[in-house]
Design a protein around this ligand. Structure first.
Ligand SMILES: Cc1ncc(COP(=O)(O)O)c(C=O)c1O
Length: 362
């Protein structure tokens, strides 16, 4: 055996279908990709401009400290530079966190039906994973607190949760953190936080100062830079110091750092994105409800349908694909009856609602 059993049996991350693969399979040229929670408006124009200006810098290694980007983040979120980390996507930072803190008998704890990337990283470390079922399609923080064992080293919380789009509330979070021992780390994955901040019940982790909590956010969603792979995180400086020992030194790349820095200041694009997502969400939810479909309340840039069973999910998914619309069946996330649809531009949402109307009538 070349590899340990936990690697032999590891199922790697399953991404959503790409435009290229659907084009090759079907010959379709008009394709709407609503399967990967990307920004419907494309990239931040300021980021594109910055990348173009800096193309001739790619012969250089990136700044290992990512000083300018971290300074900008520290200013924006009013924390010290030492509290701030950037990496190859928030998933890259998550990977470094797992590599830094987990060993031997450590266990990790989270909900079922959450971000699958975390499950892959956990199994790759060969540590024990404990999960608590969702309650009403939401993280059950009481259940998670009750499932903490003396070996629980990391608790993973995702708010808003991917793939349900639901949130746990301030009240639930504040009661939860009192029950978490000091030596247990909380990873608070807030990849979709910006879409939820207007909700007064959303616990913005940046308004708490918790010594055992690491906030993770990303440039992949709101800022439209999924392909550049830039994520960022905030935590107590001691935690950041340890994670930096493990994180690859030259991530994110030169152009990724430049793009993120510019996108952070692109207020016009940020505003437009939030508006398109909020309007699109209202439209899609109403359209789906009018068709008699069950749709979960979403605080993210996607909506999730709960269908009768896995067969119905597959039928909807395949029929939508035939019409050039890529969505995401949620079996891999542990939600067999779920189909996730990323909020697109107005015409994409319209096409999707129209297609679902035809399919659900058939
Ligand atoms: C909840 C959640 N966390 C993390 C990620 C990974 O984001 P990044 O592109 O920053 O690695 C995603 C991507 O879809 C996500 O949904």
């Amino acid at each position: 055996m070349l590899v340990p059993e936990h690697i032999e049996t590891l199922e790697s991350y399953q991404p959503g279908k790409s435009i290229e693969s659907l084009h090759q399979e079907s010959g379709l040229t008009e394709i709407y990709k609503l399967g990967s929670n990307e920004n419907p408006l494309g990239p931040s124009p300021k980021a594109v401009e910055a990348i173009q200006k800096n193309l001739n810098q790619i012969f250089r290694y990136p700044d290992t400290k990512a000083l300018e980007l971290r300074q900008a983040l520290a200013r924006k979120f009013q924390v010290k530079l030492e509290n701030c980390i950037v990496g190859n996507g928030s998933e890259g930072i998550m990977s470094a966190i797992m590599g830094t803190f987990l060993h031997d008998k450590d266990e990790v704890l989270t909900s079922s039906c959450t971000f699958t990337g975390f499950f892959v990283l956990t199994q790759a470390r060969g540590v024990k994973l404990n999960t608590v079922p969702l309650k009403n399609y939401r993280f059950d923080l009481e259940g998670i607190a009750a499932a903490i064992t003396p070996n629980t080293k990391i608790i993973f919380l995702c708010n808003p949760n991917n793939p349900t789009g639901t949130i746990f509330t301030k009240k639930e979070f504040e009661s939860f953190i009192k029950k978490v021992p000091e030596g247990t780390l909380i990873i608070l994955d807030e990849a979709y936080a910006e879409f939820a901040l207007e909700n007064p019940n959303f616990p913005d982790s940046m308004s708490y100062r918790l010594d055992n909590c690491i906030t993770l956010r990303t440039f992949s969603k709101l800022y439209g830079l999924a392909g550049m792979r830039v994520g960022y995180g905030f935590a107590h400086e001691d935690l950041i110091k340890y994670i930096l020992k493990v994180k690859l030194p030259f991530e994110p790349g030169v152009l990724s750092q430049t793009a993120a820095l510019a996108a952070l200041e692109d207020q016009k694009f940020i505003k437009e994105t939030l508006q398109v997502v909020q309007e699109g969400k209202k439209f899609l939810i109403l359209s789906f409800q009018n068709l008699g479909l069950q749709v979960l309340p979403s605080e993210a840039n996607f909506v999730t349908l709960i269908l009768k069973n896995e067969e119905e999910v597959n039928r909807f998914y395949e029929r939508l694909l035939k019409k050039g619309i890529i969505t995401r069946p949620l079996k891999n996330f542990g939600l067999k009856e779920g189909l996730r649809i990323t909020i697109g531009k107005q015409e994409e949402n319209f096409k999707c609602a129209e297609a679902l109307q035809e399919i659900s009538k058939a």
